[in-house]
Design a protein around this ligand. Sequence first.
Ligand SMILES: [Zn+2]
Length: 390
Amino acid sequence: MNVVELAAKLIQCPSVTPNEAGALKIIKELFKNTDFEIYDIDKGDISNLFLRWGVKDLPTLGFSGHIDVVPAGELGEWEYEPFSGRVSDNILHGRGAVDMKSAVAAFCSAAIKFSKNSEPDFSIALMITGDEEGEAKYGTKAILDWMQKNDQRIDHCIIGEPTCPKTFGEAIKIGRKGSMTCTFTVFGKQGHSAYPHLAINPINATLILLNHLSQEKLDSGSKSFEPSTLVATSISANNSTNNVIPSEVNTTINIRFNDYHTSNKLIKWLGKVAAKVSKKTKTKIDYNIKVSGEHFYTEPTDLAQLVRKSVFKITGIKPAFSTSGGTSDARFIYKKCPVVEFGLVGETMHAINESVPTSQIFALEKIYLDLIEEHAHYFKEKSCMRPRST
Ligand SMILES: [Zn+2]
């Protein structure tokens, strides 16, 4: 089975989070007659896999990926059935083709190819989760907890998320902004719209609140990141009448923050602004905050340079180091070791008719294989890089 056939087989499993739908079973089957150790890491309703080639004390190159996908959406709008994994005109179609079953297939296939022709004087670890697109509560986090408990470590990690905006090979992600969402509920006093002086209008207060928040410049960008952003994503009074001032309004904002901020500092700031507006408008303001993740950043040194070298070798393109885009599992892994992301062109991810040219998948497998080979040399040169004390 070549890498595209493997990717197609994975796409045929409708593994919408939290269902693995047989995808992990296919991977386990694939590794059955190899020298990889296979560990199931199940937590809550999520199944994850950890695989290792070579003993765990050796310096380790890690790959991380997810086999869960977002729902297909409107089935009728798809050119080919979303879980068909159909290849037509050298294009692989289906949910997960880009994000990111093809990349999982590519690193699994590259790792097996390398392991069959080499003796392990370093180690390869594969972390495959079923919970990246969902809450990410029992996915990579659970794998990392298990690794900690079982003294399983990695020294470098590559995540196969799609990283290229338009052309394959053009970007490696070395960081991503943090993300948090805050829903404010502004309570006023209901009343007749003809007698507004008798009521307290929570819509007016909400507008003042959003004004305060959106006028504050969070920063002007940092050395490694674009400026942080604060965006209002919903405002709702749930009011179908035209002559009643509603009693409450819900409004949601989403903040994408760079390395100037932490979620804790931003939570304090949001609380202060809410208190100020509440006092000024005589409303009561509650808020509920969900932090999706802090920012991650890996200095563009050894690992990022190795990835750049391999990408250039295979594609002829010198990729840029990027810190754009939403959160990924790098937000968990970067606390353990340097992590960068490199994968396919992301144009159709999460979209109807998600698809990718098979040439990209073959090239990605070659890049991952080259990275494994480069790491064999790298780890040899840095043979003292793993003090056993931590
Ligand atoms: Zn993804």
